[in-house]
Structure formats: C-alpha cells, structure tokens
Design a protein around this ligand. Structure first.
Ligand SMILES: [Fe+2]
Ligand SMILES: [Fe+2]
Length: 165
C-alpha cells in the first residue's frame, strides 16, 4: 500500500515548496511587487499547513522526548556524515559558495544538536529546559542563547541576530 510512502513524499514536497515560496516572496519584494510577494507568502503558509497535516497523518509526530530524539539523530547525521561529504565534494568541484553554505550549516547543526540534547535531558527529568531566550543569525542560521558582537560562524554583526519569540 503506497499511502505511507505517498504521505512522506508529499510532506517533503510541500515542505520544500513552502521554503521556496518564501524565498520567491523576498525576491518579489526586492522587485517592488508587494502583492506578488504577499501571494507567495500566503501560498507558503498554505503549503506549511499541508506539510504539517501530512506529517501528522503519516504518524511523524510523537511525544516531545521522542521528537527531541528524532531531532538529535537528524542533526547528528547532518553534521557528522552529510555535510562533511558534501563539503569535500563541493571543494573537489571548486564550488566555493557551496562549500561555504555547507560549512555554515554544518557548524549550526552541531549547535542544534547540543541545544536539543540539553532539552532532552531536562524533559527526561520531568521539566522544561532552562533556556528562555534564543537568537538566530539571519545570514548563517547560527542559534545561540546570547549573541556575540560578531557571529562566530559567518562574521555578521550582532544586528543580524533575530530573537525567536
Ligand atoms: Fe539544525
Ligand atoms: Fe552568522
């Protein structure tokens, strides 16, 4: 029965579409087309609704401790296996922008792995994690509890750190 696989496939497609439309919305805004930008943002929201429904229907959402374990495994795979291989391949092809994009992502996934691991330890002890402020660099995605003057991953200034509410 293909429905389980189809749900996973649809979740992947809708997830990608939502991010692609967000990027297209920013481009439309840069092009001075505010209404086209809004259309892309609206469709991105709708694709997110679809993605979340398909993930839920596929049984992909568990209790928070299990979800943290899933997240930890995903981040570990990315920074231990996927990105090192991608970086080596991009370097062999002399594709410097790809090397940099992968390097930034790899550094940040390592940080996510640490934050998630701390959260899992807290949840297993029956409490919420004691991290109540988080900031994300809008250039590289670095995720920290207190921004430094210069982003240690990409070199952006502190104003590039956006607090997540
Ligand atoms: Fe991550
Ligand atoms: Fe950064």
């Amino acid at each position: 029965m293909p429905t389980g696989e189809n749900l996973n496939h649809a979740f992947a497609g809708e997830s990608q579409a939502s991010r692609r439309y967000l990027a297209f919305a920013r481009q439309a805004a840069r092009d001075g087309l505010a209404n086209v930008a809004r259309l892309f943002r609206a469709a991105a929201e709708a694709e997110t609704v679809h993605a979340l429904l398909e993930l839920k229907t596929a049984g992909g959402i568990g209790a928070t401790a299990a979800n943290l374990e899933t997240a930890i495994a995903g981040e570990a795979y990315e920074f231990e296996q996927m990105y090192p291989k991608f970086i080596a391949e991009a370097a062999a092809e002399k594709n410097q922008p790809a090397v940099e994009a992968f390097r930034w992502a790899m550094s940040v996934e390592r940080g996510h792995h640490r934050l998630y691991s701390e959260a899992l330890a807290a949840v297993k002890a029956g409490k919420d994690v004691a991290v109540d402020r988080l900031f994300v660099c809008d250039q590289c995605g670095n995720t920290v509890t207190a921004p430094e003057d210069i982003c240690p991953v990409c070199g952006a200034t502190r104003m590039h750190y956006i607090e997540v509410k």
